[in-house]
Design a protein around this ligand. Structure first.
Ligand SMILES: Nc1ncnc2c1ncn2[C@@H]1O[C@H](COP(=O)(O)OP(=O)(O)OP(=O)(O)O)[C@@H](O)[C@H]1O
Ligand SMILES: Nc1ncnc2c1ncn2[C@@H]1O[C@H](COP(=O)(O)OP(=O)(O)OP(=O)(O)O)[C@@H](O)[C@H]1O
Ligand SMILES: [Mg+2]
Ligand SMILES: [Mg+2]
Lengths: 256, 256
């Protein structure tokens, strides 16, 4: 069965896109069929996988408005077993356009209904907000992975995010569970990183992934090459960390 | 007359809050009366100025819903001449609550109407989105300052932001002008930073502030002390940069 994972956190710049792209790619490299769905109007995951969001016929915007089916939108990424449903700037208008429509929170879930069996895992890369696009992702997902940047401001919003996820679980999607918290941009040279990491672990214990993603310049350079770091520079610390995370996710999900 | 400056960029984590807090504080230290208005539901600027957003009677949420006047919400920050209109988590509900109301984009402008003469500058710290809260800020402001993180993904959304600002200028606020682009988290050790900086300068020329904010660990540590870095550690590179920026803004605005 297909596992749909929502990668969300309303705090900006915490590595939602970097995680969707690199964890997705690392799992594909381990032989799993993976789909990355970009539902952020900034279309960063689309760019990070080498696709020009300006030249697209169809995108997740059409998917949400019901004007296209998933197979019309999905394209293969440059890595075997990895697929992308790209976003476009139009998506910025979707929240306002959907406000008045019936079952507005279920549009993404409807569109992904046909995905079962085609992919082992689907990652939904969310924008930095708790608006209708993220609610659609929470309503469509089995799991929520929360990237947490190892910085002070990043701690503040976690309660709000979990509260919203719980509201979605009760009202729309009883299957939704918090699958894990991923510590990102960990800088071993600073006290701040270990203080934040300790705080997250003391709150969420087992739910915190053992793999921690270090701050690594190669990770921030990779998007300019349109490639995930796991293929661009296999020896970099960022690449090693995301490949370790893929192995950990495989065990947690008992993927073969 | 009071100058209202909107600090916005839908890309997350680019230093909108860090700039509102530290530029505001540095100008206050130079003797200007400054108000920071936090309209992000994450309330990071509120925390960064040492205020606990959980214990507030009134916040910018009440301001936008018309349930409070500005003087009821504003409090003094720990620095002379610096004031804060704090945010709270309730603000997350404001966008949905305002969708149906008349002149929903002008709520913040209405609330700030009485500010003239009380402050020389007002900084509006926006959330990472182009939704109703940011539109309210663009509609209320004279100027837009855009923090641009020196990373690849940060370049992508600038066209979208400027397009939205232009739409607001035409439909709601003819006074709005782009006051400047601020390069942030510049890491001199990487080619990426200088490539992004060159790209931004080649597009926007004179509009790019001469002052560049370097990546500095002290800047990310300061929020955990509830203090801007410009008072916490005056010798740090982040502090020096924001004080230089304040001097540059003073000249650009011919503040005495
Ligand atoms: N471990 C890391 N080390 C260094 N840079 C990183 C790391 N992870 C992400 N980055 C960089 O930090 C920036 C923010 O990451 P990213 O865009 O993935 O976050 P996001 O949460 O998706 O942001 P948004 O909230 O705008 O969607 C990007 O420029 C990215 O390249
Ligand atoms: N020059 C800098 N050097 C190092 N860290 C910085 C710098 N500027 C900001 N930071 C840190 O980077 C993170 C992102 O900055 P900040 O929260 O100000 O961005 P933002 O644009 O307001 O984010 P959001 O989109 O969530 O509102 C914070 O943890 C902050 O402390
Ligand atoms: Mg992103
Ligand atoms: Mg902020």
């Amino acid at each position: 069965i297909t596992r749909i994972v929502c990668v969300a956190n309303q705090k900006g710049g915490v590595a939602k896109t970097t995680t969707s792209v690199n964890l997705g790619a690392a799992l594909a490299m381990r032989g799993h069929r993976v789909l990355v769905v970009d539902i952020d109007p900034q279309a960063n995951a689309t760019t990070g996988l080498g696709v020009d969001h300006r030249s697209l016929e169809r995108s997740t915007y059409d998917l949400l408005l019901g004007d296209a089916k998933l197979p019309d939108v999905v394209r293969s990424a440059s890595i075997e077993n990895l697929f992308l449903a790209p976003s476009s700037l139009d998506l910025a208008g979707a929240e306002v356009e959907l406000v008045g429509s019936m079952a507005r929170e279920r549009k993404l879930g409807e569109a992904l209904r046909g995905v079962d069996g085609d992919y082992e895992m689907v990652f939904l890369d969310c924008p930095p907000s708790l608006g209708l696009l993220t609610v659609n992702a929470l309503a469509a997902a089995h799991d929520l992975i929360v990237p947490v940047q190892c910085e002070y401001y990043a701690l503040e919003g976690l309660g709000q995010l979990l509260g919203n996820a719980e509201r979605v679980r009760r009202a729309l999607n009883p299957e939704l569970r918090v699958a894990g918290f991923l510590l990102t941009m960990y800088d071993a040279r600073t006290k701040l990183s270990s203080q934040v990491a300790d705080e997250v672990r003391s709150h969420f214990g087992e739910l915190v992934f053992g793999t921690v993603i270090p701050r690594s310049v190669r990770l921030s350079e990779a998007p300019s090459f349109g490639e995930p770091v796991v293929t661009l520079d296999t020896a970099s610390r960022g690449s090693i960390a995301y490949r370790l995370l893929a192995a950990e996710v495989e065990t947690r999900y008992t993927l073969s």
